[in-house]
Write a protein that binds this ligand. Structure first.
Ligand SMILES: [Fe+2]
Length: 391
């Protein structure tokens, strides 16, 4: 049986661990192999030499992670702890909340995550490789968002159904100071077993950290910051408490020391400048991961905070689909509407309000929506060949 036939994003699997896929290799837009020197998919100079489960280098890294991986004293909250959630979020730049999904929602999201991953992995790799690597990403790592030809998965009813949950909306409302935040997109990421490299630490996207439109100052005022003062300390507090983008990643599996838990560096959300490169990153940052966060949890992330993927040395896929939200005042230069009207019409009133800018006109399918492909060139072609048409 083909390993993709019964693909699941939780539990043991034969997926991954392609020994022919060399450490640190990636592909460009059209699938040409190369190794990236910088950026968030830069080569990891400390990666094991072979993508093989029992390789001595892999085993040594596995033992190191078994002994040391994970943030000490990581606090995991319940959805009702809204004030505490806000405190931790603003302090650390991220937050783990258990039971964000109930058992039924978790099952639904797992099935959808498996279905879309199957679409990505069924495109054959080159020269005997099991899979085609996603353009400009490290091997065995994919983004549900960027691998979609419409850039998002807002056309998928399951992703859309996670926009407004009883467990997440009150925390988002508290973080943004009001319910007038908006949807930026939806997607998420995953790593297959055998993703042996650390992804470089990074902030997501080209975020304008320091713009100060009046709406941002008003948002800070709603959070209790006396925004009439203009001293440096007040300015810092405003910037820290008004993240442009908050992403919620939903965990499809427990995050273990072995299966590629996301790493987050606490308190880096307002730090100017670049995160350390793979060669310069200290070991404590590589081990600063969210081990212990359980399946069904939501990770709220201020996307400015330094974060990155870590090695998945297990036999389990680590998937964490997401929904991305932006502050009322934030203008994202790369914003792309991607939600069909028919999906929008089925949402809750709150989800409808915050998704208005993402909505397409009645009967118009977002170009590229539904096409998943690892290669940027194939996604562009799919999008171009499906220019908006009324059905
Ligand atoms: Fe990222």
């Amino acid at each position: 049986m083909d390993e993709l036939d019964d693909l699941k994003v939780h539990g043991e699997t034969d997926i991954g661990w392609c020994a022919l896929t060399l450490p640190n290799e990636t592909v460009d837009d059209s699938g040409r192999l190369f190794v990236q020197a910088e950026g968030f998919s830069a080569a990891d100079p400390r990666a094991p030499r072979r993508r093989v489960y029992d390789d001595p280098g892999v085993c040594a890294l596995r033992e190191h992670l078994r002994a040391h991986n994970g943030i000490q004293g990581l606090e995991i909250l319940h959805p009702q702890e809204i004030e505490r959630a806000a405190q931790i979020f603003f302090r650390d730049g991220f937050l783990v909340v258990r039971d964000a999904l109930n058992a039924g929602q978790l099952e639904t999201f797992r099935a959808a995550s498996a279905r879309v991953l199957q679409q990505i992995l069924q495109i054959p790799g080159v020269n005997g490789r099991k899979y085609l690597t996603e353009s400009y990403r490290l091997p065995h790592r994919y983004s549900y968002g960027t691998a979609s030809a419409s850039r998002h998965l807002l056309h998928d009813p399951v992703w859309a159904s996670m926009i407004d949950l009883a467990t997440t909306t009150p925390i988002l409302t508290r973080i943004f100071g009001a319910p007038d935040y908006r949807i930026l997109g939806a997607g998420g990421d995953l790593c297959l077993p055998g993703a042996i490299e650390y992804q470089a630490l990074h902030s997501d996207g080209d975020r304008e950290h320091f713009q100060m439109p009046v709406e941002r100052i008003q948002q800070a005022g709603r959070l209790g910051i006396d925004a009439s003062a203009t001293d440096y300390g007040t300015l810092q507090r405003i910037i820290a408490h008004t993240p442009p983008v908050v992403t919620i990643n939903f965990l499809m599996t427990d995050m273990t020391w072995e299966n590629g838990p996301i790493r987050q560096i606490p308190g880096t959300q307002t730090r100017p400048g670049q995160a350390p490169s793979p060669a310069e990153e200290p070991e404590w940052m590589r081990l600063s991961t969210l081990v212990g966060a359980p399946a069904g949890a939501a990770i709220f992330r201020d996307t400015r905070a330094w974060h990155g993927g870590t090695p998945n040395l297990s036999r389990e896929i680590r998937a964490m689909p997401n929904v991305e939200y932006m502050a009322p005042w934030y203008q994202d230069a790369n914003f792309q509407p991607a939600m069909p009207y028919e999906i929008w019409a089925g949402l809750s009133p709150h989800a409808q309000r915050i998704s208005l800018a993402s909505r397409f006109p009645v009967g118009v399918w977002p170009p590229g929506a539904g096409v998943m492909h690892p290669l940027a060139s194939a996604r562009r072609a799919a999008k171009a060949s499906s220019a908006p048409v009324r059905r």
